[in-house]
Design a binder for this molecule. Sequence first.
Ligand code: ADP
Length: 541
Amino acid sequence: MLSTMQDFPLTVTSIMRYATTVFGTVEVGTYTGDGVRRTTYAELGERAARLAGALRDLGIDADQRVATFMWNSNEHLEAYLAIPSMGAVMHTLNIRLFPEQLLYIAEHAEDQIVIVDATLVPLLAPLLPQMKTVKHVIVVGDADLGPLAESGKDLHSYEDLLAAAPAVYDWPEDIDERQAAAMCYTSGTTGNPKGVVYSHRTMYLHSLAVCTGNALGLSSADKVLPIVPMFHANAWGLPYAALMAGASLIMPGRFLQAEPITWMIENERVTLASAVPTIWNDLLRHVRANGADLSSLRVVPCGGSAVPESLMRGFDDLGVRIVQAWGMTETSPLATVAHAPHGASLEEGWRHRVTQGRLLCGLEARIAGDGDVILPSDGSAVGEVEIRGAWITGSYYLDEDPAKFHDGWLRTGDVGMISPSGYLTLTDRAKDVIKSGGEWISSVELENHLMAHPDVLEAAVVGVPDVRWDERPLACVVVRPGASVAVDDLRAFIAARVAKWQVPERWAFVAEVPKTSVGKFSKVTLRRQYAEGGLDVTHLL
Ligand code: ADP
């Protein structure tokens, strides 16, 4: 080895040390419903030390798992710092999973302690007696502990524990960067959720990547509002990236509706806010109806599901730039981000911006076709996207699933194409592609066109069985409040935009599109509703 460089481990501990000193005066706030509770990175560092001491006293040692059952808040950030930095493993429980799934993952991860927000105690209480590995519950805020008491677990107040613990902690210097730092389970629409375990190194490299200009270009000039939950793929890595960049944070707590979010953007002068398309859709409606000053926003990363072009253009009209990003729990999650390259005309720019984005440095992606044949990244060959790289999972936690990997690449389950310059365009998830008479129809493309119709609020398209073609698209449409539109008009609108054989014959107006635990269209539910005759379907000939 010719290198003379130091072998300095890339750890969450080092992110914490850096942020809580160099950026010690940077502010972090949590919205409370009628104001903001504020603290600084330096104070956060001290409280993280106290939390680590308290957890050690409660028996947390080595790489034991400490779970969080929390909204985005200062305290959740303290857990983000303390748990990995002491060498333990943070497990963010997705509060929106079904009870059986929550029980499954808490037991699978062998969570020892759960830190829970007072407002979420009623959700946790009925599950707690069955969480066999959990010994202690730490409650943040004032709550009626009665419902938890029956569980027989040891109950603690977060603030009491912190007050009793020393203000300094002897953070370990010898954490191996390949050691586990945190884990997160996929929401598992079929089968049990699967655990992804992030290492210190992958967290560090992912955070660095988030800060690069081709991703979100975070810096100490930013104020970040992570609307995407910290229990969902680490809030897209924003908390650690913000700490690394010295960016200020405003946490939304449980207030994820358009009105409080708008308040936070306006009053806190937020420069970057991240959320799934459904949240931005609500916000756009709210702002169009009530007006708002969104001028502080520099960039709005959006992803988790395909971002409709109409949504991006709607925000562009307000001077706000939505930037589409793609990733998954297995990819830490950020993998691609859609910026227009220098010199692109306005329309060329849009052609890049409507893709899922350009691959970040540190990752490689390819397209696999039938029989696992690797297809060219030529912008037209379509197949399953496979990915590998510095922050991509290589396996699932205690869950052999060789079918998800191909020669060391992760099979993403997403179908699309990659351009020669590394822009990824998804046409569907593998399980949502509509296979009509041997041809593939992209449900996402039909949805995008439908959502561009002025009277359509939301639209989901699913494949349903068809005697002649095997499968045909069913369009489920939510009409904008106060508007009305005929199926024939929608069909004509679509027919002007896609090949004739792709135009759906089956149409249903629905009050809302059912959503999954992480806010995506639940196509499984729609297909089931259709199969059970629960939808009022118009079948055009
Ligand atoms: P889950 O798989 O449990 O729904 P994830 O958050 O890990 O939770 O979801 C990752 C999936 O979300 C991706 O595989 C992809 O199908 C979808 N996705 C994420 N971002 C986008 C995007 N910009 N466009 C289309 N689909 C997206």
